[in-house]
Design a protein around this ligand. Structure first.
Ligand SMILES: O=P(O)(O)OC[C@H]1O[C@H](OP(=O)(O)OP(=O)(O)O)[C@H](O)[C@@H]1O
Ligand code: HPA
Ligand SMILES: [Mg+2]
Length: 178
């Protein structure tokens, strides 16, 4: 697994420090709100697990599973809903939790769809932002790290369902997918 990684971009320690910082900021912003954290599966599962424990105000959680990359490194552009939310969004302050904002198509689609369900507010928290690749008009509210235009894996992010369990974020060797 490790032999497929060109370079470690973000170490476990760097990620942990930044996630605590962002968690504290979210806690300050949401202390008087009705916070619902929605993790967009599967990529955001590791970030969600760490971020929710860095938040010290009341927060409910839910999960939604979508997929647009299939087993490749380019978005299909089509967002498939694999699992919807279990609960209503009426009156909640929704915070969408993502691992990466790349073309932006996934979050653009989700934000549009979920905004029709009556939440009081919607914001986006992402571990990684890859602004060089943006195609949809969407900006995150909380970002842990900006990353270069490279395919990254680890800490939840996959290539063909592999590497999600790496504890750091690394650049995948192009020879793996070319
Ligand atoms: O900004 P975009 O170009 O839309 O890309 C970002 C999305 O793509 C990845 O999900 P993927 O479809 O690979 O599903 P996964 O989370 O199960 O890996 C990633 O986890 C984000 O959800
Ligand atoms: O760089 C990436 N790595 C893994 N999954 C992704 N989904 C969008 N961009 C990426
Ligand atoms: Mg993926």
């Amino acid at each position: 697994m490790k032999e497929d990684i060109l370079k470690v971009l973000l170490s476990e320690e760097e990620i942990a420090a930044k996630v605590s910082e962002i968690g504290a900021k979210i806690s300050r912003d949401y202390h008087d709100k009705n916070l619902l954290l929605v993790s967009v599966l599967k990529g955001s599962v590791v970030f969600m697990a760490d971020l929710m424990r860095a938040i010290d105000v009341n927060a409910a959680i839910d999960f939604m599973s979508v997929s647009s990359y299939g087993s490749g490194t380019k978005t299909s552009g089509e967002v498939k809903i694999i699992k919807d939310l279990d609960r209503s969004l009426e009156g909640v302050d929704l915070l969408l939790v993502e691992d990466i904002l790349d073309s932006g198509k996934t979050l653009h689609y989700l934000r549009d769809m979920l905004s029709k369900r009556g939440p009081k507010s919607i914001r986006i928290a992402t571990l990684l932002d890859k602004p060089a690749r943006r195609e949809a008009d969407i900006k995150p509210d909380y970002v842990c790290f900006e990353v270069p235009d490279e395919f990254v894996v680890g800490y939840g992010l996959d290539y063909a369902e592999k590497y999600r369990n790496l504890p750091y974020v690394g650049i995948l060797k192009p020879s793996v997918y070319e």
